[in-house]
Design a protein around this ligand. Structure first.
Ligand code: 13P
Ligand code: SF4
Length: 341
C-alpha cells in the first residue's frame, strides 16, 4: 500500500474509534473526518513527545474523549497528574489548573493551548488582597478555592476544590470559630450554610464570582419542573444561593457526574457549563438530560486546532511559576491532599 493509502486507512480507523466513543452523534459543525484528522495527528505527536493531555470536563467531548489521557474535575486532574510518567503535561483546562500542575510537577514542562484560558474567579483577587485580609483578620485560616493564581495560593493555608471544600471547611471549623474563604462569595456562602454557619459572622468572604454560574435564573428551574415531572436538578456550588435553594443537589462536577451515574431519575437538569452536559449525554446515552447550560469562554478558547498548534510549537505556551511562589503554594495544595484524603 502507498503512503496515501496508509493515511486513508489510518483516518478510517480513527473515524471508527471516534464513532465507538459516540462522537459521531455530536459532530454537527465539525464533520467527523475533520475531527478524526486532528485527533489522529494530535495523538501521534503526543506519543512522539512523551506528553500527556489533561482535559477538564468543561472541554468539548472531542478533546476529552478524542485526545484526553487524564480527564475529570479539577481535583482529579491535579491528583492524577502527580503520577504521570510523561515528560510534559498539556492542560486542556484553564490557566490556574495548569499552574497547579506545574507547582506539583516542577521538573515537567506544562503547557496550555490558549492564551485566553483565564477564569473570572482567579482574576478576582491578588496576593496583595490576601495579605490585606490576613492583616485585618489575624489568626484566621485562609481557605482558598483552587480557582486562583499561584501567588494567591502562596498566601493561603489550605487549597480546596469543589470536590472537597465542604469536608475541609468542616475540619477547619473544628479548630477555628471563623475562617477566611476566597475568592468565590457564592460558593463560600453556600458551603457555610450547608455547615450550619452564618456568612458574615462565621466566614469572611471575598467578592469573586464565576461569570458562567452567577447568571442562571432560579425561576427557570420551576418552569422546567412543571414541564418535566420527576426532573432532578443539579447545580454547581459556584451558583448563587437562590439558585442552590431551587435545586435538588449542589456539588462539584465530579459529584454531579457520580450523582447522575448512581441514580435513575426521569430527567436531569444540569445547571453548569455546557461541556458537562455534552459529556454526560455521551457517557449515559439512555438517560434523559435537559439543556440548561452556559458556555465558559475561557474553557472554550481551547480547540483541537489549538492543541495541535501547541504540539507543533510548544515554547510560547509554556506555563511557569517562580520557584519561591511555587514552594509556598505547594504547601497549601499539599494540605488539601492531606485533609481531603
Ligand atoms: P470542578 O472542580 O467542579 O471541576 O470546577 C472547576 C470549575 O472551574 C467550575 O467552574
Ligand atoms: Fe472560571 Fe467559571 Fe469558567 Fe470555571 S466556569 S473556569 S469558575 S469562569
Amino acid at each position: 500500500m502507498d503512503a496515501a493509502g496508509l493515511m486513508t486507512g489510518a483516518l478510517n480507523e480513527e473515524i471508527k474509534r471516534l464513532t465507538g466513543l459516540g462522537l459521531h452523534r455530536r459532530c454537527v459543525e465539525e464533520d467527523l473526518p475533520r475531527v478524526a484528522a486532528l485527533t489522529l495527528e494530535i495523538n501521534r505527536l503526543k506519543r512522539e513527545r512523551n506528553a500527556v493531555i489533561c482535559a477538564h470536563v468543561y472541554q468539548t467531548p472531542e478533546i476529552i474523549l478524542g485526545v484526553g489521557d487524564l480527564t475529570g474535575d479539577s481535583y482529579k486532574l491535579a491528583d492524577d497528574c502527580r503520577r504521570t510518567a510523561a515528560d510534559s503535561i498539556i492542560f486542556c483546562g484553564v490557566h490556574f489548573m495548569a499552574e497547579t500542575a506545574k507547582i506539583l510537577n516542577p521538573s515537567k514542562k506544562v503547557y496550555v493551548p490558549s492564551a485566553n484560558a483565564g477564569c473570572s474567579l482567579s482574576e478576582a483577587i491578588t496576593a496583595a488582597d490576601v495579605r490585606k485580609l490576613k492583616a485585618e483578620h489575624p489568626g484566621l485560616p485562609v481557605v482558598t478555592y483552587i480557582n486562583t493564581s499561584a501567588e494567591v495560593k502562596a498566601e493561603s493555608d489550605c487549597i480546596v476544590t469543589s470536590a472537597n471544600a465542604e469536608k475541609i471547611l468542616r475540619r477547619m471549623y473544628e479548630a477555628h470559630d471563623k475562617v477566611i474563604f476566597i475568592p468565590d462569595r457564592f460558593m463560600g456562602a453556600n458551603l457555610a450554610r450547608a455547615l450550619g454557619k452564618t456568612p458574615g459572622r462565621d466566614i469572611i468572604l471575598w467578592t469573586g464570582t464565576c461569570i458562567v454560574h452567577e447568571k442562571f435564573d432560579p425561576e427557570l428551574i420551576k418552569v422546567y419542573r412543571r414541564r418535566y415531572p420527576g426532573l432532578v436538578a443539579l447545580a454547581h456550588a459556584e451558583c448563587p444561593t437562590e439558585l442552590i435553594n431551587a435545586v435538588d443537589y449542589m456539588g462539584g462536577t465530579g459529584d454531579m457526574m457520580r450523582y447522575v451515574e448512581n441514580t435513575d431519575a426521569a430527567a436531569y437538569l444540569l445547571v453548569t457549563e455546557c461541556g458537562f452536559g455534552e459529556l454526560a449525554r455521551l457517557k449515559f446515552p439512555k438517560k434523559n438530560f435537559i439543556a440548561m447550560c452556559r458556555l465558559c469562554p475561557y474553557m472554550k478558547s481551547i480547540t483541537l486546532a489549538s492543541v495541535l498548534a501547541l504540539l507543533k510549537d510548544p515554547a510560547p505556551k509554556e506555563v511557569t511559576v517562580p520557584a519561591a511562589v511555587a514552594a509556598r503554594a505547594k504547601t497549601a495544595i499539599e494540605k488539601m491532599f492531606e485533609l481531603a484524603a
